[in-house]
Design a protein around this ligand. Structure first.
Ligand code: IMP
Length: 203
């Protein structure tokens, strides 16, 4: 079976990617499965830049087809923050609870209709020859007044889907995987992979 590296150290993300791509004709390998990998400093100004950096660095180091993923939450009333700093919004320890509390504190007193936000997920594919392509998916919602539910990870207890009037934390992964930023980006990634295979041709 063909192999695809997913260049992330985030176990929850990796699990979601594996669930969404369960039917893929590739065996998914994570960074944890590799003996030694170069450290990737996520200093890009955009999700796409970080995703490309992850994919290219690991593809170059391993010689294998690699998917880089970068994602986060953008809140309109906070000028798009936490954005690319989503994981470390409240500090280097990458604490989800503290991150959520910081968002809630910054939005204190802001009415629900002005709490619009979206998640963004960028996925890049690269091999030893360089970048194959990069795609993006977005999911729109509102920031709830308080955390609700404990499904998913990160900001999911705050991310309210107006159609259901429930957060991703309450809705659970079945519904999340049908509408999330990650699902949308991975749908586009499937198309990139199809084109990539076509271009490889026959031996
Ligand atoms: P990264 O691993 O540097 O891309 O950080 C992504 C961060 O964005 C996570 O640690 C979460 O805080 C947030 N994030 C990204 N995707 C999701 C999601 O699907 N649900 C909740 N939080 C997310």
């Amino acid at each position: 079976m063909k192999q695809l590296i997913v260049a992330t150290a985030n176990k929850k993300k990796l699990q979601e990617i594996k669930e969404i791509m369960a039917d893929l004709d590739y065996r998914i390998i994570s960074l944890a499965d590799l003996d030694s990998v170069p450290r990737i400093i996520e200093n890009g100004k955009t999700f796409k830049a970080n995703a490309v950096k992850k994919a290219m660095t690991i593809a170059r180091a391993t010689g294998l087809l690699t998917m880089g993923e970068d994602s986060g939450l953008c809140v309109n009333a906070l000028g798009g923050k936490p954005g690319v700093y989503s994981a470390r919004f409240s500090g280097k320890d990458k604490n989800d609870e503290k991150n959520n509390q910081k968002v809630l504190n910054l939005l204190s007193g802001v009415p629900l209709k002005k709490r619009r936000a979206h998640y963004c997920c960028a996925v890049a594919l690269a091999d030893t020859n360089g970048l194959v392509g990069v795609v993006e998916g977005k999911c729109f919602g509102l920031i709830a007044a308080e955390p609700a539910g404990n499904a998913g990870f990160g900001y999911d207890p705050l991310f309210l889907i107006p159609k259901y009037n429930k957060t991703f934390g309450q809705l659970g992964v079945q519904i999340k995987h049908r509408m999330s930023h990650r699902f949308k980006a991975l749908e586009k990634t499937r198309k990139l992979l199809e084109k990539y295979i076509e271009k490889q041709g026959c031996p």
